[in-house]
Design a protein around this ligand. Structure first.
Ligand code: ATP
Ligand code: MG
Length: 738
């Protein structure tokens, strides 16, 4: 039998061997779901002679896709390269790149990032006379995003009687994008569905191509993604999805946990495999994870277990203040690095990006190398966005959004007022900004018009030269011809120098893309073309869209350097590290204040997030917080997180300042005996009986209750409403043990 199965437990084997028909693998964190996927793909190729071109695997992040690719290649060799392994968004870009013209867009479409989206929304709001102080642009953006993830067009919203402003903004926003031949991230999914629905021949092509479909982290798919999967799998029905409903953490972005819960009713013939053993973590870590997640309602209870050994108790450190907390983490890392661990074994996880600053400072102070995942993306830097706008405008001179961005960058004496006038004129004549220039006599001042003409000539000159160049040398040409580089050089500041470095970095990336990555993309697509055959402009367009989807820019070399990883918990999904720190474990930070205010549903999602965070750890887990810290420029004090109170004290090793008294647990918790047994003091009573916290009692008047505290003869007992907590003498005859 195949070596591929040797290292798998019986349930995992079953999942790998069940290659035909729908299959659901539902299992807790670290139970080998992702590993099943990679081995299944290798198995299909090596044992079932399935062509790599007929296999699709979808992961949640680019990083996960890269890792899966590497693993598959390790298992099966070079041929593994040809398997289409990507995120939903990258897959859709590739599908649209071939056929988006069928639904009216140009094949050279460009992707819009969130900052650009916001500026389009602002312009649209201005046009519609909507006051951004009354309804924020971000509000509209999120409403539009929700609608798209639900595959709803403006007219669908209309039927549902939505906020009329949202419908108007959505409509106009979408027109603007279409006119500029741009799509946003949500469009990638929605337009793919439109393409499949309106052009069955395209759908049929991909149905025949992807005969074996795999989806990781299925619990976090949204409706549009669900639809894409359903359509693709319709013909062969060989669809394998894996996930864990306890790890659904993207409902704020439209993910719908129902997708995984209803898989069995969507595919009544589905096989279902449950995995129980965790191979990642020591038992103590799993105990803590189990303790937290069991407080969520309506879940199928599953207890994670591992035979990796009991492990150390979880180190819970409460610092006096935020900087002390950060220094504690840095000290621990520096100390542990001396013996067993390397920098890359550590991860520091936090709830929100803004928490990274304090940690970064502490690590810098100790000279500990780190990588920040997420954060301010390289592609959001001004100089990179400017360069990309130039490149886009050269590929598509009618792209008004890029035009506006660079027409006066570097300064060419073309002011905002002139651009405004030109915009009105262009809108009236239904022309793009670039093509309106030639008719704009009298619209703007003569001198400005000449400058606009020069700008246009420059862009068209560059456009005419692109095919004489490689990507990198064309980028050089653009930077020099536009005067952009000279502008930075003249600045002569450290800041400008670093911008120049970043542009150089962009060039290296383009070279790597042209020499290596592009051939891989084409191979996966089963394309006859080779990178060398493609016109430079086509390469450039593929590059620009590819870059828009990347969240990190680490080269392989950088990724191999040993550094501590800093990231949000959302970004850590699916990953594992020998030592994990979770910081800011405070009510108000984690869970977020808004979730505490919103109530049950939001709190449950925060709790799932806590579960994801805890289960990233293999050997050691540290949970930290601070009694007070600077937040939003003010000193504030937060109580310790409710999630730490859910972890049994027997699994915790507490250090740092004395924890403040825990708020007394709720009656419901006490009745269900979930409350931790603190103060386990035994007192002798006259009657000879003794009371402990957690004892269940029966009182003649108050009914059933639970002992929640013992102080000498006096015991505190939690009774059902309306009685609440009563302090009574332990020896009182009305009181009996149950
Ligand atoms: P998550 O829910 O966090 O995504 P997962 O279920 O996808 O977790 P994996 O990441 O696939 O779990 O596996 C967790 C770890 O356990 C990995 O290091 C993996 O290599 C290891 N592992 C899984 N199955 C086995 C096995 N049968 N034998 C040895 N190691 C295993
Ligand atoms: Mg996984």
């Amino acid at each position: 039998m195949s070596q591929l199965l040797d290292k798998m437990n019986p349930q995992q084997k079953e999942a790998i061997l069940t290659t035909e028909g729908p299959l659901l693998v539902m299992a807790g964190a670290g139970s080998g779901k992702t590993r099943v996927l990679t081995h299944r793909i290798a198995y299909l190729m090596s044992e079932k002679q399935v062509s790599p071109y007929n296999i699709l695997a979808i992961t949640f992040t680019n990083k996960a896709a890269r890792e899966m690719k590497e693993r598959v290649e390790k298992l099966i060799g070079e041929r593994g390269k040809d398997v289409w392994i990507s995120t939903f968004h990258s897959m859709c870009v590739r599908i649209l790149r071939r056929d988006i013209d069928l639904i009216g867009y140009d094949l050279n479409f460009g992707i819009l990032d969130d900052a650009d989206q916001l500026s389009v929304i602002k312009t649209v709001m201005e046009d519609l006379n909507l006051d951004p102080k009354r309804q924020s642009p971000k509000y509209f953006l999120s409403q539009i995003s929700n609608a798209k993830n639900e595959l709803k067009t403006p007219s669908d919203l209309n039927k549902e009687f939505e906020n009329e402003d949202v419908i108007r903004v959505y409509e106009k926003y979408q027109q603007t994008l279409f006119k500029n031949n741009r799509v946003d991230f949500d469009d990638l999914l929605m337009l793919t569905v439109h393409l499949f629905e309106k052009h069955p021949e395209v759908l049929s092509f991909y149905q025949n191509k992807f005969q074996y479909i795999h989806i990781d982290e299925y619990q976090d798919t949204n409706h549009a993604q669900y639809k894409i999967v359903t359509l693709l799998a319709e013909k062969f029905r060989n669809i394998c999805v894996v996930g864990d409903s306890d790890q659904s953490i993207y409902s704020w972005r439209g993910a719908n946990i129902e997708n995984i819960l209803s898989f069995e009713s969507d595919y009544p013939d589905a096989s279902v495999v449950l995995l129980e053993q965790n191979y990642r973590s020591k038992q103590m870590i799993l105990n803590a994870a189990n303790d937290v997640i069991k407080n969520n309602s309506g879940r199928r209870d599953k207890q994670l277990w591992s035979d990796r050994g009991e492990g150390e108790a979880i180190e819970y450190h409460r610092a006096s203040d935020g900087d002390v907390e950060a220094n504690y983490i840095a000290d621990k890392i520096a100390y542990m690095r001396r013996d067993a661990y390397d920098y890359h074994d550590f991860a520091v996880l936090y709830r929100t990006n803004s928490q990274s600053r304090a940690i970064e400072q502490a690590l810098l102070r100790q000279n500990i190398p780190y990588r920040l995942v997420g954060g301010q993306s390289y592609f959001k830097r001004k100089e990179i966005k400017d360069l990309m706008a130039y490149l886009r405008l050269i590929c598509n001179p009618d792209d008004d959004l890029s035009f506006v961005r660079v027409v006066n960058e570097p300064k060419r004496g073309i002011g905002a007022a002139s651009i405004d006038k030109l915009s009105h004129f262009a809108a009236e004549s239904e022309l793009s900004l670039m093509s309106s220039i030639q008719d704009a006599t009298g619209v703007v001042a003569k001198a400005t018009l000449n400058k606009l003409m020069d700008f246009k000539t420059m862009i068209y000159m560059l456009r005419a030269q692109i095919e004489d160049h490689s990507l990198a040398s064309f980028i050089d040409l653009v930077l020099s011809q536009t005067g952009y580089l000279e502008m930075l050089e003249n600045e002569n500041t450290i800041e400008a120098d670093s911008r120049i470095d970043n542009l150089g970095e962009f060039k290296s990336m383009a070279t790597q893309f042209e020499d290596v990555d592009l051939d891989e993309i084409l191979a996966e697509e089963e394309s006859e073309e080779r990178a060398d055959d493609l016109p430079t402009m086509t390469k450039l367009i593929i590059l620009l869209n590819d870059l828009m989807l990347q969240t990190d820019t680490e080269t392989e070399e950088e990724a191999n350097e040993s550094k501590v990883t800093l990231m949000t918990i959302h970004a850590a999904k699916g990953l594992e590290f020998p030592v994990v720190f979770i910081c800011g474990f405070e009510d108000g930070i984690f869970p977020l204040r808004s979730a505490i205010e919103q109530g049950a549903d939001d709190l449950e999602e925060e709790r799932r997030l806590a579960y994801v965070a805890i289960t990233r750890a293999e050997d050691l887990l540290f949970i930290t917080n601070a009694q007070s810290r600077y937040q939003y420029g003010m000193r504030s004090a937060n109580p310790e997180s409710m999630f730490i109170r859910e972890i049994s004290e027997t699994y915790l090793n507490k250090t740092g300042i004395e924890s403040r008294p825990r708020p007394s647990f709720t009656l419901k918790e006490a009745m269900e005996s979930k409350a931790p047994k603190r103060q386990i003091k035994t007192v002798s009573l006259n009657s000879g009986s003794s009371w402990n916290s957690g004892d269940k009692v029966e009182h003649d008047t108050f009914g059933e209750g639970v002992v929640v505290g013992v102080k000498g003869e006096v015991i505190s007992i939690a009774f059902s409403a309306p009685h609440g907590i009563k302090k009574l003498m332990g020896s009182h005859p009305a009181l009996k043990k149950r």
